[in-house]
Write a protein that binds this ligand. Structure first.
Ligand code: CTP
Ligand code: MG
Length: 335
């Protein structure tokens, strides 16, 4: 009877893994979508280089970090070296150029915290935000993309977590919850911490890539093709990792003292970072260190109300993974 029960258990886990993998596969953008994005990006490059021959365009965010789900908007960064330029003038000029080329809904948001031009391409239906000289975002996009190549379980876990966060309404920084970028960092950190580790800490390894951006030295090991199979001694599957991820954020993380740090591949203390009290609007109720801008806590948007919402959602997810007979459905139920 015991053997029979064990076998039943195996079957259940296999079924749950298959269900999570099916969700992951359904979220991955199809090839033709990526091709369309590239094509649209090339059109933008052409328009921009006519006006500013020295300028360069980069894709960043989910369309370039390999954590983008199907039908996402694309994030583009325009870099112009000229120190004399006025940001708002460049963005207004850019909006004019795009408008003249029949792109739709063109808007220059020059007063936003991160000033951008928004637009929509009527041919492909792709919406796009263009920001100016945000090179750190381009570099952290590369870091995320490099991590994703080491072990496929990172991409699987992050897709499930992002999908959960969107379904449950906890992926909106303007409401005090976390950005997609923050969730991906939480996943990377989590996989660095598994034993045996599933991901290494690239910033603690020998430097093969380095750039100085806004006076910040961004350096790490980027020859990730040499790291394939790094996590293969760890046999955990996606279902186990989703369970453990939510269990960690629901019941194990030390919210009072801990800062998660992808840069060091470990947990560091709030005291060490002087993140123990509220300064201005930064409350540090959940602390996620940016890998390059290390004075930046990605949890700083979280306030005393939204921290409750977040932690209750982590607990709900952990309890569903523990007890629900059909977690793949319940986990993503709209709130
Ligand atoms: N970013 C950043 N610092 C933040 C938030 C975002 O540097 N505090 C940059 C990162 O390069 C990130 C990009 O902006 O990849 C886009 O952020 P976000 O919209 O959170 O992530 P996406 O990966 O684009 O997710 P989504 O699919 O939800 O659009
Ligand atoms: Mg985005």
């Amino acid at each position: 009877r015991m053997l029979k029960r064990q076998m039943q258990c195996r079957l259940d886990i296999d079924r749950l893994n298959a269900a999570f993998l099916a969700i992951y596969e359904s979220l991955v953008p199809p090839e033709e979508e990526t091709a369309k994005q590239k094509q649209f990006f090339m059109l933008l490059e052409k328009l921009v280089s006519k006006e500013w021959p020295e300028a360069r365009l980069y894709l960043y965010g989910s369309c370039a970090n390999s954590f983008g789900v199907s039908k996402s908007d694309i994030d583009v960064c325009l870099t112009i070296e000229d120190a004399e330029i006025k940001k708002s003038e460049v963005l207004l000029k850019l909006a004019d150029i795009l408008q003249a080329d029949n792109l739709q809904n063109v808007q220059a948001l020059t007063r936003a915290r991160v000033p951008i031009v928004k637009l929509m391409d009527p041919v492909t239906g792709i919406s796009c935000d263009i920001c100016l000289n945000n090179v750190l975002a381009v570099v952290n996009t590369k870091l995320l993309r490099d991590y994703a190549q080491i072990d496929v379980r990172l991409r699987q876990l992050a897709f499930v977590v992002k999908h959960w966060a969107k379904s449950r309404g906890v992926n909106a920084t303007y409401q005090g919850t976390l950005s997609s970028y923050a969730y991906v960092l939480m996943c990377i950190h989590f996989l660095q911490q598994r034993r045996p580790a599933i991901l290494p800490c690239l910033q603690e390894m020998g430097t093969t890539y380095s750039a100085i951006v806004d006076d910040i030295r961004c350096a790490y090991f980027d020859q990730v093709e040499k790291l394939r199979g790094f996590g293969s001694r760890n046999k955990e599957t996606i279902a186990q990792l989703v369970w453990a991820f939510f269990n960690y954020w629901a019941y194990r993380h030390d919210y009072a003292n801990g800062v998660i740090s992808v840069r060091t591949g470990s947990i560091i203390s709030k005291r060490e970072k002087d993140w123990t009290r509220r300064i201005g609007n930064d409350r540090h109720l959940i602390c996620i260190e940016d890998p390059f801008e290390i004075s930046h806590d990605l949890g700083r948007v979280v306030d005393k109300f939204s921290i409750k919402v977040l932690r209750e959602e982590f607990e709900r997810a952990a309890d569903i993974m523990q007890y629900d007979p059909n977690p793949c459905v319940t986990l993503f139920e709209p709130y």
